[in-house]
Design a protein. Structure first.
Length: 219
């Protein structure tokens, strides 16, 4: 099973990285693949409660690849970690099939509580360079997180999110409309009342002016 997963990871690099020339080159020279190989072995020990061995392997992998994947993290098939330096994937993170993760990405936790505290990525998710996904929530299938974005809340499927904090800007590839300013019924009533008050004030001014004029004539 581990060998099958490794082969799927190699094929994913060949399919999605235009710089990859052969499976042999990918297997020998891509640190993203090396990190995944180390992780899949470390995870095998982790699920069998051999935690010290699992952490030792993950630290060795971190030393050689500059990619830190906790052995408890669950990774799917066909994952591409492109370039990879500075990538951090936490203990309870889950990464779906065919995801692409660029350098400097963090799948991190918020707080110090036990249990699930890292994000879950669906299938075919792309996380841009330097992006941070922090917290225990789900990112739907086919989502794209822009470079340097900071995502702090769940996303539905097929969403593109950008910014700090990250916000959805596209759904199914179509830009989301900006919210329009709508004048509600209460606002219209208020405007009408203000107009009426203005009319009443003008009428009072006119009456006052007429009274002053009449008083002056009597004198």
């Amino acid at each position: 099973m581990i060998f099958k997963d490794i082969w799927l990871d190699v094929k994913a690099v060949q399919e999605r990285d235009p710089a990859a020339r052969s499976a042999f080159e990918v297997l020998l020279l891509y640190q993203g693949i090396h990190a995944l190989i180390w992780h899949r072995i470390a995870h095998w020990f982790y699920v069998r409660h051999m935690f010290f061995t699992a952490r030792l392997l993950s630290q060795i992998a971190r030393f050689f690849t500059l990619i830190e994947i906790h052995p408890g993290a669950e990774l799917g098939h066909g994952i591409l970690i492109d370039h990879g330096s500075g990538v951090v994937i936490g203990e309870t993170a889950v990464v779906g099939d065919n995801c692409t993760i660029y350098q400097g990405v963090t799948l991190g936790g918020v707080g110090t509580q036990k249990g699930k505290r890292h994000p879950t990525l669906g299938n075919n998710v792309t996380v841009g360079a330097g992006a941070k996904i922090l917290g225990s929530f789900e990112v739907g299938d086919n989502c794209s997180i822009a470079a340097n974005a900071v995502l702090l809340r769940p996303l539905e499927e097929n969403i593109t999110a950008v910014g700090i904090p990250a916000r959805p800007v596209k759904k199914d590839g179509v830009p989301l409309a900006k919210p329009k300013v709508i004048i509600g019924e209460d606002s219209r009533k208020l405007q009408e009342q203000v107009a009426e008050l203005k009319e009443q004030v003008e009428a009072l001014k006119k009456e006052l002016s007429e009274l002053k004029g009449a008083k002056g004539g009597n004198e």
